[in-house]
Design a binder for this molecule. Structure first.
Ligand code: ZN
Ligand code: ZN
Length: 391
């Protein structure tokens, strides 16, 4: 007999304080992408303590394994932190200068550890294998998901479904939000180097000014985007940095620009890559400036499997209550869980962490982010219920 919602809820209550301790310990010791050595040691120590089998298939990160057999479901948490100086003033604030868990990955990791402990207790009721993926480097392209997939995290046994979640500061504690189809964008980094010829500012005809090229590019790229995409296909191109020149009377010989491109549709994505490269060079050439453009491909769009979302919603309605399960509008953020979802039917949902209706909303990647720890109960309930019901 599978454990009932009430039994799962009791288990969640029983280990909650332990999970809070996990979270605070991880929060206090944040590590940057691909450098999650202490975090991984900590994860492994908890798995070991609870007699959960584990594998370390990448330098940082680990996979826990519960149950056995080819029928398999994977649950994933990301474990890395950000280069941000924490300003929460919490007693368990970061002890690593300039590094902070400002994206809630401390929550994700602690929730998955808690879920692992509960699932281990229910092991005899499992009709197969649960893989617990503690994934490094979500914040840095090319992303730890790709690395783990290449290292075989989805092989032997291959999961039939993968589930993941992310904290969401605008949603109340106790609630989640989940939607079908494309939910997060593909994100590509854009870099331009503009090589001109320096001259006296009073003699523009003697040089080739890279700054006027930068100005034209910023305007042109918006028009180019507007004229090349279907209005119903979302896309954003943002130029976020222009650097060049340092005096009122000198045209510099060099300028650089950076930006980001966000899309959902793969064919639009590659069409825009070509246009950005070709048009930038052509515009620069009008001013006799040489332009090097680099489009650094990031994560693909994250697409939630529609059928699985329906199944998951039914389970979440049961576990959390119909009023606590919402949908959300697609986001232009990016998330490397997309690589799992590209290979295997997957669902990624948002977990509410807003303490009360009038709590101030502090966004992700902010130095004052302080999510409500009670939300970890909801996170465990959703994870464990999905795994138990769908295995
Ligand atoms: Zn983040
Ligand atoms: Zn994140």
């Amino acid at each position: 007999m599978k454990p009932s919602v009430i039994e799962i809820r009791n288990q969640v209550e029983e280990i909650y304080q332990q999970v809070v301790d996990f979270r605070r310990k991880i929060h206090q010791n944040p590590e940057l992408s691909n450098k999650e050595f202490a975090t991984t040691e900590f994860i492994i120590s908890i798995l070991k303590e609870n007699n959960i089998e584990y594998k370390r298939i990448t330098e940082t990160g680990a996979v826990g394994i519960i149950g056995n057999g080819d029928n398999c479901i994977a649950l994933r948490a990301d474990i890395d932190a950000l280069p941000i100086k924490e300003e929460t003033g919490l007693p368990f604030a970061s002890q690593n200068p300039g590094i902070m868990h400002a994206c809630g990955h401390d929550f994700h990791t602690a929730i998955l550890l808690g879920s692992a402990i509960i699932l281990k207790k229910f092991e005899e009721h499992l009709n197969g294998t649960i893989k617990l993926i503690f994934q490094p480097s979500e914040e840095l392209i090319p992303g730890g998901a790709l690395k783990m997939i290449k290292a075989g995290v989805l092989d032997n046994p291959r999961p039939k479904y993968v589930f993941g979640q992310h904290i969401y500061p605008e949603l109340n504690t106790g609630e989640i939000a989940v939607s079908a189809g494309p939910v997060m964008a593909a994100a590509d980094e854009l870099y331009w180097n503009l090589y001109g010829k320096g001259s006296h500012a009073a003699q523009p005809h003697m040089g080739n000014d890279p700054l006027i090229v930068a100005a034209h590019l910023i305007i042109h790229l918006q028009a180019m985007l507007n004229k090349n995409k279907n209005p119903f296909s979302p896309a954003v191109l943002s130029v976020t940095s222009v650097i060049g020149g340092k005096a009122t009377n000198i045209f510099p010989e060099f300028a650089s620009m950076q930006g980001t491109l966000r899309t959902f549709d793969e064919s639009l994505r590659s069409k825009l890559h070509k246009l950005i490269e070709n048009n930038s060079r052509q515009i620069a050439s009008l001013f006799d400036v040489k332009c090097d453009v680099e489009v650094r491909k990031g994560f693909p769009a994250l697409i939630n499997n529609s059928e699985l979302v329906e199944k998951f919603k039914d389970i979440a309605n049961q576990a959390l209550g119909v009023n606590n399960v919402h949908s959300f509008e697609p986001k232009m953020w990016a998330e490397d869980f997309a690589y799992f979802a590209r290979e295997i039917p997957s669902v990624f949902w948002f977990l509410g962490v807003k303490q009360s209706v009038d709590s101030e909303v502090v966004p992700l990647h902010n130095s004052k982010l302080n999510p409500d720890e009670q939300a970890m109960k909801t996170g465990m309930l959703a994870m464990v219920s999905a795994a138990m019901e769908l295995l």
